[in-house]
Design a protein around this ligand. Structure first.
Ligand SMILES: *Cc1c(COP(=O)(O)O)cnc(C)c1O
Length: 389
């Protein structure tokens, strides 16, 4: 039987220095790496990780982290970059050329859309948005220039869970590569490759770190040729990661399964409680039956991230919703998720998803490691004060 990724990560092989049998991976720092002679220098090829050539090309610490992230994603290869957004940028830059077009889901992670609109456009790469909940419309958007389709499950603010295998099937039928932003699933809720992604990136900043203190991203592949393209672009761009950041991630990975499950349980308890509140019009959480794409989540996922959005009733004013967010004491206002502190961000849904008939005011919650009863009390006191009348 295949072992769970969380077990795999803890028992992943690491060879400590001879005579020092400790499981913790050493922090290796280097720019220069010595070669014993000229012949050895000429024989070393950084492309294939047959040895060490230069700090930017990898150290025992970063090679181990790459291997473990690949294990988490069920991949064969991994490249590390300084942030999740840099991972998205690397995929685009490695796989797209002038004149190409990419498709982004309409609920795409905001900065990924910005990257396409402002940077890729300058390089002559165009993009179009597709509705991830309407796979039937996808073939009509794929043209002769389409090279890449980004997938995200669920959308990180509006939480719609798409039919990933169907979207991937349509892409592959037309010879288009698929790349999945797997930050929400983290390699634990589902396997991105098994659901049809050719490339799987993740913001390691979120669940793999879990500490709110590291920024890093990964790009994983199963296909060697695809990895080679990504790896070459990665090296030509000089995208290295810091040894101490890699060490923090190696330390955090051992607890990712426990943290993911704990935040999932807390978030579901709070989402269910909020769903029954009179102030709330709708709770968007893929594990809740009324949430968009719930059937796809149920078909493919065993777990959910500790993340959900709430649509507060349209009868309230923006000022009241802002007062609710300001009135929270444990939920802090801030971006990101999967860290120890519960976070909250209000979004302007009309601006975020123009043309969609969403009713109410959207507030996105990320659940940390505080006790559920305390978080629930915090939500209750802030609602009682902000939503009077
Ligand atoms: C946070 C996030 C990213 C980007 O990660 P950074 O490390 O903050 O650049 C990308 N995609 C999703 C879905 C995210 O939540």
């Amino acid at each position: 039987m295949a072992r769970d990724p969380s077990t795999e990560l803890i028992h992943h092989p690491y060879q400590p220095p001879a005579g020092f049998g400790a499981p913790q991976v050493a922090v290796h720092k280097a720019s220069t790496v010595y070669f014993s002679d000229v012949a050895a220098m000429r024989a070393r090829d950084w492309r294939h990780k047959t040895g060490y050539t230069y700090g930017l090309h990898g150290t025992p610490t970063t090679f181990t982290l790459e291997a473990r992230i690949a294990a988490l994603e069920g991949a064969a290869h991994c490249a590390l970059v300084p942030s999740g957004l840099a991972a998205i940028g690397l995929v685009n830059q490695a796989l797209l050329s002038q004149g190409d077009e990419l498709l982004l889901p309409a609920n795409v992670y905001g900065p990924s859309g910005e990257l396409a609109r402002h940077e890729l456009a300058r390089w002559g790469i165009t993009h179009r948005l597709y509705d991830p909940m309407d796979p039937g419309a996808l073939p009509g958007l794929i043209g002769p220039k389409t090279r890449l389709i980004w997938l995200e499950a669920p959308g990180s603010v509006t939480m719609e869970f798409p039919d990933l295998p169907e979207l991937a099937r349509i892409a592959h039928a037309q010879g288009v590569t698929t790349a999945l932003d797997n930050t929400w699933g983290a390699g634990l809720a589902f396997n991105g490759f098994d659901l049809g992604a050719d490339v799987v990136m993740q913001a390691l900043t979120k669940f793999p770190s879990g500490g709110g203190d590291v920024l890093m991203g990964s790009v994983c592949t199963r296909d060697a040729a695809l990895h080679e393209r990504i790896h070459l672009t990665h090296m030509r761009l000089g995208l290295g990661v810091a040894a101490n950041d890699a060490e923090l991630l190696l330390r955090s990975l051992a607890t990712i399964g426990l943290r993911y499950a704990a935040q999932d349980a807390s978030a579901r308890a709070l989402a269910l409680w909020l769903q029954a509140r009179p102030e709330v019009a709708r709770v968007l959480h893929p594990a809740l039956e009324a949430s968009p794409g719930h059937a796809h989540w149920r078909a493919h996922c065993s777990q959910a991230a500790g993340l959900f959005s709430v649509l507060f009733d349209a009868r309230f004013s923006v000022a009241q919703v802002d007062a609710f967010v300001d009135g929270l004491k444990l939920f802090r206002i801030g971006f990101s998720w999967a860290g120890p502190v519960s976070l909250v961000v209000p979004y302007d849904i009309a601006q975020l998803r123009p043309g969609q008939a969403w009713q109410g005011h959207l507030v996105r919650f990320s659940v940390g490691f505080e006790a559920v009863a305390d978080l629930q009390a915090d939500l209750a006191q802030a609602m009682a004060r902000a939503f009077v009348g």
